[in-house]
Design a protein around this ligand. Structure first.
Ligand code: AHM
Ligand code: MG
Length: 334
């Protein structure tokens, strides 16, 4: 019987090949994978578990929390605090840094995550995901503060996402390419199915929430208008459009067949620079996209270069196939 390469086998091999995943990071990533398996089970249960509704509570960004947002956040915290590799965690669902409890062994990494991205899709049975980013705890404090997490995306040591779709997948980078694993439920292991994922440089597919069109800035207005104009317009070819409203699903589609994803700056709410959060959405996804040969920008700046100012800071996001992202960035520069 041919058993593929499991995640833990892959991580050990990566360390031998590139020295990019020391043993403590392997332990942490294996633990993250366990939390994603548990979240996959919770999501898969659907309405059977009776947890599809909204809660009375709002998260720190004023968004209504779903029961599953809270449950999946707890799964991620409980499983990963036991890894022995973490100095602290931060999440979309918690205002402040989560301190590792006294009874757990501490380590030198920081874990930032969105436990259930795209959760507005969960009760209509459309794909959702988990996004995570791993940083080093450079400080000496045993209780890391938010400031310890505020490192530019270039300092990430690992990032990834789990996609709970028609199959459950885990896609990760440790800075030496992007690798996709599919959960084999028969053996309970993530098995390497998509080695060296690369984003085609060209694409004819764009993803944007067009209901925000009246709030977009001129460069995005121009780019989308030119895509929509198709063959007879300035781009001279027809484009297709997708919008799942689940960033993990959109990024995964782009990794598999190319495309450009935009949640740009808009004037809908002038107090927000964008919708997506830098630390646990834009940065990990940008690390993955760049490692797959794509490009990721706010339109004006490389996302990974941004010096974060807050755990829940929002940024405009334009990412995907390099040549198309370059066109949008060029329009911003004009
Ligand atoms: P969430 O973390 O609260 O689920 O919000 C993030 C999601 C992304 O997955 C997706 O790209 C975007 O919000 C969709 O937003 P909209 O509903 O405005 O189209
Ligand atoms: Mg999210």
């Amino acid at each position: 019987m041919h058993l593929g390469i499991t995640l833990s086998q892959f991580l050990a091999d990566e360390q031998r090949r590139n020295g990019s995943v020391p043993a403590d990071l392997q332990t942490l990533l294996n633990q993250v994978a366990i939390s994603c398996k548990l979240i996959s089970n919770a999501v898969n249960q659907g309405a059977l578990a009776g947890v599809m509704g909204n809660l009375e509570s709002e998260n720190v960004q004023g968004e209504t929390q779903k029961q599953l947002d809270v449950i999946t956040n707890e799964i991620f915290l409980e499983v990963n605090e036991q890894s022995g590799q973490l100095a602290g965690m931060a999440s979309e669902e918690m205002e402040d840094v989560y301190q590792i409890p006294k009874h757990c062994i501490k380590g030198k990494y920081l874990l930032v995550f969105d436990p259930l991205d795209g959760s507005s899709n969960v009760n209509v049975n459309i794909s959702v995901g988990t996004i995570f980013s791993v940083l080093r705890h450079e400080g000496t404090a045993s209780h890391p503060a938010a400031a310890d997490f505020l490192q530019p995306g270039t300092r990430q040591v690992a990032a990834g996402y789990a996609l709970y779709g028609s199959s459950t997948m885990l896609v990760i980078t440790v800075g030496s390419g992007v690798f996709g694993f599919t959960l084999d439920r028969n053996i309970g292991e993530f098995v390497l199915t998509n080695p060296n994922m690369t984003i085609p440089a060209d694409t004819k597919e764009f993803a944007i929430n067009a209901s925000n069109q009246r709030f977009w800035e001129a460069p995005v207005q121009r780019y989308v208008a030119e895509c929509v104009a198709g063959k007879t317009g300035p781009r001279g070819r027809d484009f297709n459009m997708r919008w799942v409203a689940s960033m993990v699903a959109e990024v995964h589609r782009i990794l598999v067949r190319g495309g450009i994803f935009m949640y740009p700056k808009d004037t809908k709410d002038p107090s927000k620079a964008g919708k997506l959060r830098l630390m646990y959405e834009a940065n990990p996804m940008s690390f993955i996209v760049e490692q797959a040969g794509g490009m990721s920008s706010t339109g004006r700046q490389r996302i990974l270069d941004i010096q974060p100012e807050g755990l829940h800071q929002r940024v405009p996001v334009i990412l995907g196939s390099r040549n198309e992202v370059e066109v949008v960035v060029g329009y911003h520069a004009e």
